[in-house]
Design a protein around this ligand. Sequence first.
Ligand SMILES: Cc1cc2nc3c(=O)[nH]c(=O)nc-3n(C[C@H](O)[C@H](O)[C@H](O)COP(=O)(O)OP(=O)(O)OC[C@H]3O[C@@H](n4cnc5c(N)ncnc54)[C@H](O)[C@@H]3O)c2cc1C
Length: 191
Amino acid sequence: MGMIGSDITEIIFDNVRLTKENLLGKEGEGWDIAMSTLNLSRPAVGAQAVGLAEGALNFSVEYAWKRVQFGQKLADFEGIQFMVADMATQIEAARALVYDAAQLLDMKVYERDKMSAIGVDKLSAMAKVFSADVAMKVTTDAVQILGGYGYTKEYPVERMMRDAKATQIYEGTNQIQRIVIARDIFRKFMP
Ligand SMILES: Cc1cc2nc3c(=O)[nH]c(=O)nc-3n(C[C@H](O)[C@H](O)[C@H](O)COP(=O)(O)OP(=O)(O)OC[C@H]3O[C@@H](n4cnc5c(N)ncnc54)[C@H](O)[C@@H]3O)c2cc1C
């Protein structure tokens, strides 16, 4: 459906034997190692989503400035202006969350504030889920701003909308991110 530049295929491991030297980490620690890599990759998906959304915003703003309908530019319609304002605001909020998570990871700070329990796993999940939802919303709005043209392959926003959908699915779906966040919030009450 989207992300056509990135090949997707199934890989099957059938009765594969590995030598001990090829074991990553220690036996029995695989799950924790795999999960900890997601803290790094989720903000990266967030960054991808922010870029997608920004591309869609830029394209639709330029289009709205040029396209004349009912004797005036689309950009002069308040309905379009409010849409663009919301798109830009959501993108900035998503970008701030991605930078925040990336900064914590860069500094190797895994628990910023024990009182509010902001852990990097939660912040990474927040950066991913929020940015992906913003990308989906903003790219859908960009298609709307272009009207019928937005729905055609002549313009890039339909591709951006298809690509944005993937960011809500991979690296853990957005439902899974919300589970991670909620689990972290309630962790302090657990015995
Ligand atoms: C473009 C693309 C690229 C990908 N690249 C890779 C890759 O490089 N490497 C890789 O390993 N995988 C990759 N994936 C796979 C991706 O990580 C999985 O599709 C994703 O994790 C969801 O798993 P699933 O498809 O089995 O869906 P399912 O787990 O069957 O989920 C189906 C639906 O149920 C929801 N759901 C599942 N469990 C719960 C729950 N406990 N509570 C609430 N809702 C739930 C999900 O959120 C989803 O909406 C890629 C997928 C896509 C689309």
